[in-house]
Design a protein. Structure first.
Length: 155
Protein backbone atom coordinates (compact mmCIF):
# COMPACT_ATOMS: atom_id res chain seq x y z
CA UNK A 1 0.00 0.00 0.00
CA UNK A 2 1.05 3.52 -0.58
CA UNK A 3 1.71 5.88 2.23
CA UNK A 4 -0.24 9.07 2.64
CA UNK A 5 2.07 12.03 2.10
CA UNK A 6 1.26 14.92 4.38
CA UNK A 7 2.05 18.35 3.01
CA UNK A 8 4.75 20.32 4.79
CA UNK A 9 3.83 23.93 5.46
CA UNK A 10 0.81 25.88 4.42
CA UNK A 11 -0.49 27.12 1.11
CA UNK A 12 0.91 30.54 1.96
CA UNK A 13 4.37 29.02 2.49
CA UNK A 14 4.17 27.33 -0.90
CA UNK A 15 3.03 30.59 -2.53
CA UNK A 16 5.88 32.57 -0.95
CA UNK A 17 8.43 29.94 -2.01
CA UNK A 18 7.08 30.04 -5.57
CA UNK A 19 7.15 33.84 -5.60
CA UNK A 20 10.79 33.80 -4.46
CA UNK A 21 11.69 31.41 -7.29
CA UNK A 22 9.85 33.61 -9.80
CA UNK A 23 11.71 36.71 -8.60
CA UNK A 24 15.00 34.85 -8.94
CA UNK A 25 14.16 33.90 -12.53
CA UNK A 26 13.04 37.45 -13.36
CA UNK A 27 16.12 39.09 -11.86
CA UNK A 28 18.69 36.60 -13.12
CA UNK A 29 17.27 35.66 -16.52
CA UNK A 30 14.34 37.57 -17.96
CA UNK A 31 15.35 41.15 -17.18
CA UNK A 32 18.98 40.72 -18.34
CA UNK A 33 17.78 39.14 -21.61
CA UNK A 34 15.41 42.02 -22.27
CA UNK A 35 18.03 44.65 -21.45
CA UNK A 36 20.60 42.87 -23.62
CA UNK A 37 18.15 42.82 -26.51
CA UNK A 38 17.44 46.55 -26.12
CA UNK A 39 21.18 47.29 -26.21
CA UNK A 40 21.85 44.92 -29.09
CA UNK A 41 19.05 46.35 -31.24
CA UNK A 42 20.36 49.86 -30.56
CA UNK A 43 23.90 48.88 -31.60
CA UNK A 44 22.66 47.00 -34.68
CA UNK A 45 20.60 50.03 -35.64
CA UNK A 46 23.53 52.40 -35.24
CA UNK A 47 25.84 50.29 -37.42
CA UNK A 48 23.16 49.70 -40.08
CA UNK A 49 22.47 45.99 -39.60
CA UNK A 50 18.76 46.57 -38.90
CA UNK A 51 18.49 48.39 -42.26
CA UNK A 52 20.06 45.38 -43.99
CA UNK A 53 17.70 42.99 -42.18
CA UNK A 54 14.76 45.19 -43.20
CA UNK A 55 15.83 45.16 -46.84
CA UNK A 56 16.51 41.42 -46.99
CA UNK A 57 13.40 40.22 -45.13
CA UNK A 58 10.85 42.83 -46.27
CA UNK A 59 9.26 40.60 -48.98
CA UNK A 60 8.78 37.67 -46.59
CA UNK A 61 7.56 39.75 -43.66
CA UNK A 62 5.09 41.64 -45.86
CA UNK A 63 3.09 38.38 -46.19
CA UNK A 64 2.35 38.74 -42.48
CA UNK A 65 1.65 42.48 -42.66
CA UNK A 66 4.97 43.27 -41.00
CA UNK A 67 7.93 45.46 -41.95
CA UNK A 68 11.27 43.80 -42.64
CA UNK A 69 12.62 44.92 -39.25
CA UNK A 70 10.24 42.42 -37.60
CA UNK A 71 12.61 39.67 -38.76
CA UNK A 72 15.09 40.88 -36.13
CA UNK A 73 12.46 40.17 -33.47
CA UNK A 74 11.91 36.64 -34.76
CA UNK A 75 15.65 35.96 -34.88
CA UNK A 76 16.08 37.29 -31.34
CA UNK A 77 13.09 35.26 -30.10
CA UNK A 78 14.57 32.09 -31.57
CA UNK A 79 17.55 32.59 -29.26
CA UNK A 80 15.67 33.87 -26.20
CA UNK A 81 12.02 34.68 -25.56
CA UNK A 82 13.01 37.62 -23.35
CA UNK A 83 15.39 38.78 -26.05
CA UNK A 84 12.58 38.65 -28.63
CA UNK A 85 10.35 40.76 -26.41
CA UNK A 86 13.19 43.18 -25.75
CA UNK A 87 13.93 43.45 -29.47
CA UNK A 88 10.25 44.05 -30.22
CA UNK A 89 10.03 46.79 -27.62
CA UNK A 90 13.27 48.43 -28.78
CA UNK A 91 12.03 48.53 -32.38
CA UNK A 92 8.65 49.79 -31.16
CA UNK A 93 10.35 52.56 -29.16
CA UNK A 94 12.33 53.57 -32.27
CA UNK A 95 9.16 53.65 -34.39
CA UNK A 96 10.17 50.73 -36.62
CA UNK A 97 7.21 48.67 -35.33
CA UNK A 98 3.66 49.73 -34.49
CA UNK A 99 1.29 48.28 -31.87
CA UNK A 100 -0.43 46.20 -34.56
CA UNK A 101 2.91 44.70 -35.56
CA UNK A 102 3.56 43.73 -31.95
CA UNK A 103 0.18 41.99 -31.81
CA UNK A 104 1.07 39.96 -34.91
CA UNK A 105 4.54 39.09 -33.57
CA UNK A 106 3.57 38.06 -30.04
CA UNK A 107 2.17 34.59 -30.84
CA UNK A 108 5.29 33.73 -32.83
CA UNK A 109 7.56 34.88 -30.00
CA UNK A 110 5.78 32.58 -27.57
CA UNK A 111 5.53 29.61 -29.94
CA UNK A 112 9.09 29.80 -31.24
CA UNK A 113 10.80 31.57 -28.34
CA UNK A 114 14.01 30.23 -26.82
CA UNK A 115 14.40 27.29 -29.20
CA UNK A 116 18.18 27.36 -28.92
CA UNK A 117 17.95 27.18 -25.12
CA UNK A 118 15.36 24.40 -25.21
CA UNK A 119 17.56 22.23 -27.42
CA UNK A 120 20.14 22.04 -24.66
CA UNK A 121 17.96 22.16 -21.59
CA UNK A 122 15.00 20.02 -22.56
CA UNK A 123 15.59 18.06 -25.74
CA UNK A 124 19.17 17.17 -24.87
CA UNK A 125 18.33 16.26 -21.28
CA UNK A 126 15.39 14.11 -22.43
CA UNK A 127 17.69 12.09 -24.66
CA UNK A 128 15.88 12.88 -27.91
CA UNK A 129 17.96 11.57 -30.84
CA UNK A 130 19.66 14.45 -32.63
CA UNK A 131 18.15 13.41 -35.98
CA UNK A 132 14.73 14.49 -34.65
CA UNK A 133 15.80 17.96 -33.50
CA UNK A 134 15.58 19.69 -36.92
CA UNK A 135 12.03 18.38 -37.44
CA UNK A 136 11.02 19.53 -33.96
CA UNK A 137 12.42 23.00 -34.66
CA UNK A 138 10.76 23.13 -38.06
CA UNK A 139 7.37 22.29 -36.54
CA UNK A 140 7.69 25.22 -34.12
CA UNK A 141 8.79 27.59 -36.87
CA UNK A 142 5.88 26.56 -39.12
CA UNK A 143 3.41 26.97 -36.25
CA UNK A 144 4.86 30.41 -35.46
CA UNK A 145 4.46 31.57 -39.06
CA UNK A 146 0.91 30.19 -39.24
CA UNK A 147 0.12 32.08 -36.02
CA UNK A 148 1.48 35.32 -37.52
CA UNK A 149 -0.54 34.81 -40.70
CA UNK A 150 -3.78 34.17 -38.77
CA UNK A 151 -3.14 37.00 -36.31
CA UNK A 152 -2.51 39.38 -39.21
CA UNK A 153 -5.97 38.50 -40.57
CA UNK A 154 -7.66 38.91 -37.17
CA UNK A 155 -5.92 42.12 -36.13
Amino acid sequence: MSEVVKPKGSVIDAFVAGAKKAMHIAINSTIPNILMAFALIYVLNVIGVIEAIEFIFEPVMRVFGLPGAAAAVILAAFMSMGGGIGAAMALFAEGALEARHLAVLMPSIYIMGSQVQFIGRVIGAAGVPSKHVPIMLLINIICAFIAMFVTNIIV
